[in-house]
Design a protein around this ligand. Structure first.
Ligand SMILES: [Mg+2]
Length: 270
């Protein structure tokens, strides 16, 4: 059964450092990812962005790439028809409307608990609707216990991988991680499950490529699951993917060149 949809993470996967589509992992200009997007479009492999980015930021990016649909805010929002149709998933959030205001209050709880250890991942929180982005290094169980004690038991802190950068303000952090604070039940894997159901696609008709643990969770919903090389290089906790039977295929190259390997492999195998 041929793969018809490739879900791709954006930051650290489709695009190079600093979000540059036309850079390889070493900041050398390359057309690898762009070429692969062109081949996918020509040969009928739909590329669906699967990202933690906010909807507004994704809109222009998707227009430039010609994407028909995308899943943003880590599964909290699915967008179809080039932006015309929007589906929200708010998981365990008990309120009405978007959970932004309540998430802001929950963020204050966490920032107060972990000075020098956790901070907002500025400037990426503008226009967010259903998740909040933080950076640092905390014990997630401890953080979620603090959230529950403050009345935010419906919220969870999702680890979205290592940020290969040091921040002077995070004085107590060795390896900086990106975290999404969002309602329980909202996830990339949930977003893909809902999307696949909506499209009526079999698991084997779908593939996923990403660079972080939150991406690899999607493996239960797709026939093929890929990790770009830079994801493994920057995060030692992902070494398990190299074990036989892990169900994860690791690309030879990183970032957009790794994404391109996946596209070419899927299309060559048709
Ligand atoms: Mg990523």
């Amino acid at each position: 059964m041929a793969v018809r949809v490739l879900y791709t993470d954006v930051d650290g996967t489709l695009v190079g450092p600093l979000g540059n589509l036309l850079w390889d992992s070493h900041r050398t200009p390359t057309l690898a990812a762009a070429d692969a997007l062109v081949r996918a479009a020509r040969e009928g492999l739909e590329v669906v962005a699967l990202t933690g980015r906010a909807r507004a930021g994704m809109f222009e990016f998707a227009r430039v790439l010609g994407l028909e649909s995308w899943i943003c805010e880590l599964g909290g929002i699915r967008v179809y028809d080039r932006g015309a149709t929007v589906v929200h998933e708010h998981g365990a959030f008990p309120g009405t409307g978007v959970p932004t205001a309540e998430l802001h209050r929950a963020v204050e709880v966490l920032l107060g608990a972990y000075p020098g250890q956790l901070e907002e991942h500025s400037p990426w929180n503008a226009s967010r609707e259903s998740s909040f982005l933080l950076r640092g290094d905390v014990d997630r169980e401890d953080a979620e216990a603090r959230l529950a004690a403050a009345g935010f038991g419906w919220a969870t802190l999702c680890d979205n991988g290592v940020i290969p950068h040091r921040y002077e303000t995070l004085t107590a952090v060795e390896l900086t991680r990106a975290y999404h604070l969002l309602p329980r039940g909202v996830s990339k894997v949930g977003g893909v499950a809902s999307d696949r159901a909506q499209r009526g696609l079999e698991r084997e008709e779908c593939a996923m490529v990403g660079d972080a643990a939150a991406d690899l969770e999607v493996s239960s919903e797709v026939g093929r699951c890929f990790l770009v090389r830079n994801g493994l290089d920057k995060d030692p906790s992902l070494q398990w993917v190299l074990e036989a039977g892990s169900g994860v295929e690791v690309t030879k190259s990183g970032h957009g060149e790794g994404f391109a390997e996946v596209v070419h492999r899927l299309l060559d195998e048709r």
